[in-house]
Ligand binder design. Structure first.
Ligand SMILES: [Mn+2]
Length: 247
């Protein structure tokens, strides 16, 4: 049996074209190195800092990554793409053209003897009412209908602008040094695990690499990010490990 890889929060597109391109090349290099033993790849959200596709138009970026992913799926590797809070507007391009399996919210999956609960990791827990409202609005069919009417030059430009300002706000708000018991992903997993038989909760979104016990039988993994950390997780023989990629 091959290995299962997990990564998230590449945020391709920011802070500048050049820096994003260098990061994209690093990610593609990593993918080339894992390709030979990768059975399933889980891309767990915010791969793109902004993604929006029109009926016949996609953003003219990210060609290397998309080509790499297409060649991996052509080669028989299963790739899941979770919608993050920055790249939820995928309709059919990534499925049809690249061969990805797009996941809207959580995915519960059993690999070997391990039960996994997978989610981008946003809006999981109590609170954040205004964020949840906007999240619902952005995902609504009429907001998408309206956005679809915008000329792509304007629409993609507006999206990139909003995405950058939301990230600035969140990175200021989401301090990385808050204690574990205040981490809402931890609170969610602690609660969820009392009623469900899950071995691993794997999330992105917080940009904070974590591998912590949840009760006696489960663990919570946060995948970190690829902006400064280059972290990813591997599931092999029912064990998950966190790694840092050094190219
Ligand atoms: Mn996110």
């Amino acid at each position: 049996m091959g290995k299962n890889y997990f990564a998230s929060d590449f945020h391709l597109g920011v802070p500048s074209y050049e820096e994003s391109l260098a990061r994209e090349k690093r990610i593609v290099k990593w993918l080339s190195e894992i390709e030979s033993d990768c059975e399933t790849l889980f891309l767990m959200g915010d791969v793109f800092d902004f993604w929006y596709e029109y009926t016949t138009v996609v953003p003219k970026y990210y060609t290397r990554l998309l080509g790499k992913l297409a060649s991996m799926t052509d080669g028989g590797i299963k790739i899941y793409f979770f919608k993050g809070n920055h790249d939820m507007w995928t309709f059919d391009y990534l499925q049809k053209e690249i061969g990805l399996v797009v996941v809207d919210e959580e995915l519960l999956v059993t690999i070997g003897n391990s039960n996994l609960y997978l989610h981008h990791g946003d809006a999981l827990w109590k609170g954040e009412a205004s964020y949840k409202f906007i999240r619902k609005l952005f995902r609504s069919s009429w907001a998408i209908w309206l956005f679809h009417r915008l000329h792509p030059n304007f629409g993609i430009g507006l999206g990139k602008y909003l995405s950058i300002s939301s990230r600035k706000k969140n990175s200021a708000k989401d301090q990385l040094d808050i204690p574990l018991e205040k981490e809402y992903q931890y609170q969610f997993a602690m609660d969820h695990s009392t009623k469900n038989d899950v071995d691993y909760y794997i999330f992105g979104h917080r940009h904070k690499p974590m591998d912590v016990p949840i009760g006696d039988n489960a663990r919570l993994i946060n995948l970190g990010d690829w902006i400064t950390k280059n972290t990813y997780a591997v599931l092999e023989d029912n064990n998950v490990t966190l790694h840092t990629y050094n190219d």
